[in-house]
Design a protein around this ligand. Structure first.
Ligand code: 4NP
Length: 142
């Protein structure tokens, strides 16, 4: 799960997916990272932690990390929140195999809006990510 800062959107995606896969006893791994380096090592934005808690998810222990090339080999699917993330991640891809792992988290060419500058967006962004996460897990189970 990849976004720009790895403090707002992708930590929500990571935390939601982690809980859903645990609830289903799936032996999968999930992580998140950012294409920007400003927040490395920091917890998620307190607004993301709060909205996650409201809906029953605990993301308080997650820490921001920078997206790095090694993740292309560690993970089967690299899901990015917006088209800038897509461009930045694809720049680091070293092979067609790497490129094929990368796609937008949402379907239909849609992006997850960056809520960083608007407190009101955290609730709708959370709900969008949760809904997609549930469908994504169903798809990946097939
Ligand atoms: P995120 O949101 O990409 O969803 O984590 C942002 C967080 C921080 C910044 C931008 C977007 N920033 O510019 O610091």
């Amino acid at each position: 799960m990849v976004c720009l800062g790895n403090i707002c959107r992708s930590p929500l995606a990571e935390g939601i997916v982690r809980k859903l896969i645990a609830d289903e006893n799936l032996d999968w791994e999930v992580a998140s990272a950012g294409t920007g380096n400003w927040h490395i090592g920091q917890p998620a934005d307190k607004r993301s932690i709060a909205i996650a808690a409201t809906y029953g998810y605990d993301i308080a222990k997650q820490r921001a990390r920078l997206f790095g090339q090694e993740l292309f080999d560690e993970f089967d699917h690299i899901l990015v929140m917006d088209k800038n993330n897509l461009r930045d991640v694809l720049k680091l891809a070293a092979s067609e195999e790497h490129r094929e792992k990368v796609r937008l988290f949402l379907t239909g060419d849609r992006e997850v809006t960056d809520p960083y500058f608007d407190d009101q967006l955290f609730d709708p962004v959370f709900l969008t990510i949760e809904e997609r996460a549930k469908r994504l897990i169903k798809e990946l189970k097939k």
